[in-house]
Design a binder for this molecule. Structure first.
Ligand SMILES: [Cu+2]
Length: 214
C-alpha cells in the first residue's frame, strides 16, 4: 500500500516536472520568436512627405521618408541611399544629397512645373539590406513658383549618395521575410529540441528513483 502511494507520488512529481519544463520551453520559445521576428525584418516605410498619391500645393522644408526603425548610414553621408523626384517626362530634380537621421532620410525639395511626379527611394536597412520602392504624387503649386532645373539622370550629390535607385522593385522587400522566417524556425526548432532532451533526462532520473522504497 505504502509502496503504491510512494510510486504515485513519484510519478505525479515527474509529471509536474515535465509540465514545468515544457512550460518554460514554451515561454522561452515564445519570447525568442517574439523578439527575433521584428529584429530580422527590413525597415519599411511608415510615412513620407509628400505622401503617396498626395496632391502637393506648396513645397515643404524637406522631402522625407520615415521608416519603422533606425537606418544604417555607415558612410555618414547617405551612401546607398537615394531620394529621386522624377516628372512625367522622365526628367529628374534635386541634387541627390540625402540626409539620414535615425529612422528617416530627407532631401532638399526641388521640383519642376505642375504635373504628375514619382518619388523613387532607396534606403539601407538596420540589418544592412537595401530596400527600394517608388510612389506617385501630384504637384499643383498654389502660388507663383519657379521650377527647378531638370536633369536627364538622377543626381548623386557628387558621388556621396543617391543615383543608385534606377530600378526599384517590390521583390526586394519580399525575399528577406522568407529568410527571416527560416532563421526563426531554426531558433524555435533548437529550443524545442533542447526541451525534448531535458524532458528525457528528467524521465530517466525519475525512473532510477522510483524503485527505491524499502
Ligand atoms: Cu534584411
Amino acid at each position: 500500500m505504502a509502496q503504491r502511494t510512494g510510486s504515485r507520488t513519484t510519478r505525479s512529481a515527474i509529471g509536474a516536472s515535465i509540465g514545468a519544463v515544457l512550460g518554460t520551453v514554451a515561454l522561452v520559445a515564445a519570447s525568442v520568436l517574439g523578439l527575433a521576428a521584428p529584429a530580422l525584418a527590413h525597415n519599411y516605410l511608415i510615412s513620407s512627405t509628400p505622401k503617396s498619391g498626395e496632391t502637393l500645393t506648396k513645397l515643404p522644408s524637406r522631402f522625407i521618408i520615415t521608416t519603422n526603425e533606425g537606418l544604417l548610414d555607415l558612410s555618414g553621408h547617405g551612401a546607398g541611399f537615394a531620394f529621386e523626384i522624377k516628372d512625367a517626362a522622365g526628367k529628374f530634380y534635386g541634387d541627390g544629397c540625402v540626409t539620414v537621421d535615425g529612422p528617416s532620410m530627407s532631401i532638399a525639395p526641388a521640383i519642376g512645373a505642375a504635373g504628375k511626379y514619382t518619388v523613387i527611394w532607396q534606403i539601407v536597412s538596420a540589418d544592412g539590406h537595401v530596400v527600394s520602392n517608388q510612389y506617385p504624387f501630384t504637384w499643383s503649386p498654389s502660388g507663383s513658383f519657379t521650377p527647378a532645373k531638370a536633369t536627364d539622370t538622377p543626381q548623386n550629390c557628387g558621388g556621396k549618395s543617391g543615383g543608385t535607385a534606377a530600378a526599384p522593385s517590390k521583390g526586394t522587400t519580399a525575399t528577406p521575410q522568407n529568410a527571416s522566417l527560416g532563421l526563426v524556425l531554426v531558433i524555435g526548432g533548437s529550443i524545442l529540441g533542447l526541451g525534448v532532451v531535458l524532458t528525457v533526462v528528467l524521465l530517466l532520473v525519475g525512473r532510477r528513483k522510483s524503485p527505491t522504497p524499502s
